[in-house]
Design a protein around this ligand. Sequence first.
Ligand SMILES: Cc1cc2nc3c(=O)[nH]c(=O)nc-3n(C[C@H](O)[C@H](O)[C@H](O)COP(=O)(O)O)c2cc1C
Ligand SMILES: C=C(O[C@@H]1CC(C(=O)O)=C[C@@H](OP(=O)(O)O)[C@H]1O)C(=O)O
Length: 398
Amino acid sequence: MLRFSTAGESHGEALVALVSGLPAGVPVDQVRLDRELWRRQQGYGRGGRMRIEKDTAHILSGVRHGKTIGAPVAMTLANVDWKNWEEILPVDTGDATKHKAVASPRPGHADLAGALKYDFPDARYVLERASARESAARVACGALAKMLLGELGILVGSHVVRVGGEELGRDAAWAEIAASNAKDEIFLNCVDAEAEARMKGEVDKALRTGDTIGGVFEVVVHGLPPGVGTHVNWDERMDGLLAQAVMSLQAVKAVELGRGVTAAESLGSTVHDAISYEQGDAEPEDGGAKFTKFTREKNNAGGIEGGISNGEDVVVRGYLKPISTLRRPLASVSFETREATKAAYERSDVCVVPAAGVAAEAMVALTIARLVIDKFGGDSLGELKRNYAGYCEQIRRF
Ligand SMILES: Cc1cc2nc3c(=O)[nH]c(=O)nc-3n(C[C@H](O)[C@H](O)[C@H](O)COP(=O)(O)O)c2cc1C
Ligand SMILES: C=C(O[C@@H]1CC(C(=O)O)=C[C@@H](OP(=O)(O)O)[C@H]1O)C(=O)O
């Protein structure tokens, strides 16, 4: 089974990422890995920290001569900011005299709930791990999952569909999303320049007023055959696994599959994706590997029915609340005196929708890769590919 975990504090020495369950022989491209990390650092509205960090993954194990060897892959990502925190957050000296307290909890962040739970006198150690700095390690893990999926022709990308009150008022085709993701400069990762300019206006407004803003990203999985995931057990359904994976990202407060939200207020006749059948035995142009004669004209289901992929693009949206650290802080209470004060502010992002989209790509890729490995098995990439090709042929001949 494909598994991954992360460790590391936001201002600690490094993040650690561990992925196990990848078959042997998956090509690992360091440039692609670091590009994924770079993409997560982009986006209009990020704060001062992103000018300090330049994320790169250092592979410690599980990869030899550019390919996985079937063993767990361990990676570290250095925190450049550590040099500014080394004295404040010593790992094992026991010297807490330089501790820098986060003295009043920020509404919306983990500060208060975490301090109460772990019995800390302030929120420093809570925010250190609650911070979305951790999502960089997830992106490193997800990059490996993407490399595996890429070997099977399964691609994962994302784009921004809403910032605050401004939205992309139309659907985006996979080719547009892929082109937006391939750009050398990622502004808001919206596929439409006009909509992106409106979204930028929303970020500017929040910046000017000392406020923050949320939005919606969309992750798309392209090229996944029907039949991955299952309806037979609740905890093996693709929809449930994707929802948990994306919801687990910092600040994501709702997850939508396909048009799940508007479907709730619409009639079945307009929601469900009518099925048609393409006649004839002609070989499809792409070599036939993923051809199915059953087709849909629209994809409101977001590529999943009954917890199983149906062969259409898998479409997952994540809804982000506005960032909780405000330059004009909300009311809070001092941990020490219990008197009314303002919530803590050091520095902060104002808008992170594009970055969260990239982190969600990683979570979706890891989830899909897990289900693909579960279904097709194989200790080597060659074995996995043979099994995969055999299944795709079965689908083609159905
Ligand atoms: C990429 C990214 C960057 C973030 N940056 C900040 C930030 O600069 N300041 C902040 O208060 N929250 C930031 N957040 C959100 C917090 O990490 C998150 O709200 C907090 O951990 C509490 O978790 P919850 O919102 O999921 O309940 C960021 C989230 C993401 C995905
Ligand atoms: C470091 C990252 O995001 C951080 C996530 C974050 C939070 O509270 O989630 C708070 C900020 O950290 P700092 O207080 O050091 O500026 C962000 O910069 C990152 O995305 O790599």
